[in-house]
Ligand binder design. Structure first.
Ligand code: TTP
Ligand code: MG
Ligand code: MG
Length: 442
């Protein structure tokens, strides 16, 4: 549908989807206050969708008597809040908060234990509704995904913005939970937009306003800038994205290496990442190319350990687990070797991935010099059956528990807060020569 100037001044109502011809506050057709207008509304195609208070919304759907009550989902093994409904959030409850603190803030909250199997099922239902819109769906976690809707004009006869708004209504009606959507021209800003006005949000960030919009935002908005890196930037006097906009690329590269490149471009609203459909979810892996070839156990084991932790973190973040561990090596003369071993039960623990891959690696250590090492997990499934308590190997169970404790600490204090014996002090040695993190097939 070619867009005319007149189109660009129009918007539509998010409740009845009627196009708005005039600049009025409410929808002229149904009177809803949820009319969306934006000069680039009908040109943007990159969407990010994230469910609102996901686990809590699913439980409210299934327990209508809880609709107007503060609801906390959590208190599982870790004794922390998984999520809280928006009523509980007004009272100060947040994800990852210790349960006792949450109940101090909101003593009348109803607390339910998570029912992961159910949330995974609902997440999948929503995902198949997304896949009916476009094959270009890239799931990020159990409740969110990027969608490239550039083909929808041809396929559905309406612009991406309308397809997206229609989708949000359909999820509410058919699944019974609400979502927030962000629409932009790139992944970074689509995700920022979806987070902007939760719940039931629909925000648009256009190309023309991107730099101005980003100027006063905190650096933590940038994809990949966590608490720890944000603190480093703050120590260097950098708090806002506007400050990064005024810096030279060379300066940022010198200070923050590959992250400097990301900061430079994202701060200017430049993000060339495309939407990768679901194939990434067939396996999760990480690999690294060394600065100089390596051949000994002492050199390779810490790297394998660090890569196993990376893979594990991704599995945990995506709420998945895998049954086959795959080791990948590239020799000095570019021959690729892969070795794999199937586990009795799927895993998402760094320790199990490492303990499984290490013997595979040891068999290959005959003096051959390697230029690349990778580890991955295939045969992905949902996490319910992952890492059952190991009755025979009690040590393994203890290690699994320790790993969970480490995860909690890392969540709280950053990745470097806890280093295991294998990775301690090794962080700079396995810096990849090129950005070679991959989540695709070995
Ligand atoms: P999020 O999308 O981060 O949060 P949310 O959907 O609960 O709330 P909103 O998006 O409206 O801000 O995470 C999705 C689910 O993942 C969440 O419902 C519960 C789970 N989760 C945890 O178990 N622990 C956490 O620390 C977080 C952030 C999420
Ligand atoms: Mg969510
Ligand atoms: Mg989410």
């Amino acid at each position: 549908m070619p867009t005319t100037t007149a189109d660009s001044e129009r918007g539509f109502c998010r409740d009845c989807l009627t196009l708005q011809k005039r600049e009025t506050g409410r929808c002229y057709h149904c009177g809803s206050p949820r009319a969306t207008r934006h000069p680039e509304l009908f040109q943007l195609h990159l969407a990010h969708i994230d469910c609102d208070a996901f686990y809590a919304s699913v439980e409210k759907r299934d327990h209508p008597e809880l609709k107007d009550k503060p609801l906390i989902i959590g208190g599982g093994k870790r004794g922390v809040v998984s999520t809280a409904c928006y009523i509980a959030r007004i009272r100060g409850v947040r994800s990852a908060m210790p349960m006792f603190k949450a109940l101090e803030a909101c003593p009348d909250a109803v607390v339910l234990k998570p029912d992961m199997e159910k949330y995974v099922r609902v997440g999948r239902e929503i995902r198949s509704m997304m896949q009916a819109l476009t094959p270009l769906v890239e799931p990020i976690s159990i409740d969110e995904a990027f969608l490239d809707l550039s083909g929808t004009e041809r396929l559905h006869g309406e612009p991406p913005a309308l397809v997206l708004a229609r989708f949000a209504l359909a999820v509410e009606r058919e699944i019974g939970v609400s979502v927030s959507a962000g629409l932009s021209y790139c992944k970074f800003l689509a995700k920022v937009a979806s987070d902007f006005r939760k719940p039931r949000g629909f925000s648009v960030i256009g190309e023309a306003e991107a730099v101005e919009f980003l100027k006063d935002q905190p650096v933590s908005l940038i994809w990949g800038v966590g608490r720890v890196f944000a603190a480093t930037l703050e120590q260097d006097g950098i708090k806002t994205i506007g400050q990064i906009q005024r810096m030279e690329l060379n300066d940022l590269l010198r200070r923050y290496s590959s992250m400097g490149n990301r900061l430079y471009h994202l701060a200017r609203g430049v993000d060339e990442r495309t939407v990768h459909p679901d194939h990434a979810a067939k396996n999760v892996s990480a690999e690294t190319t060394f600065n100089s070839d390596l051949s000994t156990r002492d050199q390779l084991a810490p790297i394998l350990r660090a890569l196993s932790e990376k893979v594990s973190a991704r599995l945990k973040k995506a709420e998945i687990a895998g049954r086959t561990v795959v080791l990948k090596l590239k020799t000095r003369d570019f021959k690729i070797k892969t070795r794999n071993r199937q586990l009795a039960a799927p895993t998402r623990l760094a320790d199990r991935i490492f303990e499984t891959a290490m013997p595979l690696l040891e068999k290959e250590l005959d003096g051959t010099r390697f230029r690349l090492l990778g580890v991955g997990v295939h045969d992905l499934t949902t996490p319910e059956k992952a890492d059952p308590p190991d009755l025979i190997d009690t040590k393994a169970t203890r290690r699994a528990k320790a790993e969970e404790a480490i995860d909690i600490l890392r969540e709280k204090f950053g990745k470097k807060a806890v280093e295991t014996g294998y990775t301690f002090g090794q962080s700079s040695r396995f810096e990849p020569q090129q950005p070679s993190d991959r989540e695709d097939d070995f």
